[in-house]
Design a protein around this ligand. Structure first.
Ligand SMILES: *Cc1c(COP(=O)(O)O)cnc(C)c1O
Length: 354
C-alpha cells in the first residue's frame, strides 16, 4: 500500500533551501549548567513562578510522553500552538501563494479556509453530500496536481459525523498531495484513529488537539503526526519557541493522568445522550443530527430567533444556519448537566412564547 511520495517534491522552493534558526537550546537539554548564551534574566522573574528561561524548542519531554500513549515515535510528532499553527505551517511549507491550491469539504471547520486566505492560497471546495457524507467520486474527479493539500475533518465539525475509513483510505491512495486528517474529536467517537495508518500512507498528516477531550484549550496545544520527512519540515519553519514552558509541563502532567480524560469523555457521552433525548422531545426541533463529537447539530424552527433568545438568556450556541446544507441549524456543545438543563429549560420557554 505504501505509495511513492516524497514531501520534498511538493515543498516550496524558498523553504527547501532554508537554513533554520538555531539556538543553543536546540542542542542542549540540561537542567544544570551556567546558561550565559541566551541573554535571559539570570536573577528570576518579576511574575510569580519561575519563567526566566526559554522553553525546549524541540518539545522533547512532551513528545516522549505522547509516544508513551500513542506509540508514535517522537520524530513523527510535531507540537503546534494549537492545531491552528500546524494548519498554517503546512500551508506555508507546501503552498506557493497565488499559485498553489488547497481543497476543503464544506461544511467544515472554518480555520482551513481562513488560514488559506491569510496565505493567499486559493481554495477549491469539494462539498460533502447533502447527507454530510464524503463525496468520493466528486473528489476524485476534481483533484489536480496544483492542489497541494486536502483537508478532511473526521469526525467533522460542524456536522458531527465520521467518514468511513475505507473512503478516507481511497482518498489517501488517489490524491497526489498531502491529506490532512483532522481528528480533533476522535476521542468522542467510535471510529478508529488513523494514527495506526501513518506507516501505510506517506502523504498522511493526522491532527489531534489538547483543546477538546483533554480540556486544555487555554494552553493552545495541537499535535500533528506524519512521516519523519513532513515533521522535519514543520520543525524547520516553526517559530523557535512556539510552545511555552508551562504548556509543555501541563501537557506532560495531563498525559500521565489520561484516565481522567477517559472519564471526562464518558461523562460527556452520558450528557450528550441526555441532551439528544431532550432535544428530540421538543416540538421546535426538526432534526437532531447523529454525532460522534462533544457537540450536536440541531435543525430547529426559527433558528435565528432561537439563537438570539438563548443569547438574551446568556446561553451561547453557534448559529450554523448559513453553512452549506445546514439551513436552520444550531451547533450546541455538550455542557455539564446543570448547563444542559438550563439550555433545555430555555428552549421550552421559547416554545411557549411562540
Ligand atoms: C476545535 C477544533 C480544533 C482545535 O483547534 P486548536 O487550535 O487545537 O484549539 C481543530 N480542528 C477542529 C475541526 C476543531 O473543531
Amino acid at each position: 500500500m505504501k505509495n511513492q511520495f516524497d514531501p520534498n517534491n511538493l515543498i516550496r522552493e524558498n523553504i527547501r533551501d532554508l537554513a533554520p534558526y538555531s539556538s543553543a537550546r536546540h542542542e542542549h537539554e540540561w537542567n544544570d549548567g551556567i546558561f550565559l548564551d541566551a541573554n535571559e534574566n539570570a536573577f528570576g522573574s518579576v511574575s510569580s513562578g519561575k519563567h526566566n528561561r526559554y522553553p525546549d524548542p524541540l518539545h522533547r519531554r512532551l513528545k516522549s510522553a505522547i509516544t508513551d500513549i500513542t506509540g508514535v515515535p517522537g520524530e513523527q510528532i510535531f507540537i503546534g500552538n494549537g492545531s491552528d499553527e500546524s494548519i498554517d505551517l503546512l500551508l506555508r511549507a507546501f503552498c506557493e501563494p497565488g499559485k498553489d491550491k488547497v481543497a476543503i469539504m464544506p461544511p467544515t471547520y472554518g480555520m482551513y479556509a481562513v488560514s488559506a486566505r491569510i496565505n493567499n492560497v486559493e481554495i477549491v471546495e469539494l462539498p460533502l453530500k447533502p447527507d454530510f457524507d464524503i463525496d468520493i467520486e466528486g473528489i476524485l474527479d476534481r483533484v489536480h496536481s496544483d492542489i497541494k493539500l486536502l483537508f478532511i475533518c473526521s469526525p467533522n465539525n460542524p456536522t458531527g459525523n465520521c467518514f468511513a475509513p475505507g473512503k478516507i483510505e481511497t482518498v489517501l491512495q488517489e490524491f497526489p498531495g498531502i491529506v490532512i486528517l483532522d481528528e480533533a474529536y476522535i476521542d468522542f467517537s467510535l471510529q478508529r484513529s488513523f494514527l495506526d495508518s501513518l506507516d501505510n500512507f506517506a502523504n498522511l498528516v493526522v491532527l489531534q488537539t489538547f483543546s477538546k477531550s483533554w480540556g486544555m484549550a487555554n494552553l493552545r496545544l495541537g499535535m500533528a503526526f506524519a512521516s519523519r520527512e513532513i515533521i522535519d519540515i514543520l520543525y524547520r519553519i516553526k517559530p523557535p519557541y512556539n510552545i511555552n514552558g508551562p504548556a509543555q509541563l501541563f501537557a506532560i502532567e495531563a498525559l500521565e493522568n489520561s484516565a481522567l480524560k477517559d472519564r471526562m469523555v464518558e461523562e460527556t457521552k452520558v450528557q450528550r445522550q441526555w441532551l439528544i433525548d431532550e432535544l428530540q422531545s421538543l416540538p421546535l426541533v426538526m432534526k437532531v443530527h447523529p454525532t460522534e463529537t462533544n457537540f450536536i447539530l440541531v435543525k430547529i424552527l426559527e433558528a435565528d430567533k432561537v439563537h438570539r433568545f438563548l443569547a438574551s438568556r446568556k446561553i451561547i450556541v453557534r448559529n450554523h444556519s448559513r453553512s452549506l446544507y445546514c439551513e436552520g441549524c444550531l451547533r450546541i456543545t455538550v455542557g455539564t448537566h446543570n448547563e444542559n438543563r438550563r439550555l433545555i429549560g430555555a428552549l421550552k420557554e421559547f416554545n411557549h412564547s411562540i
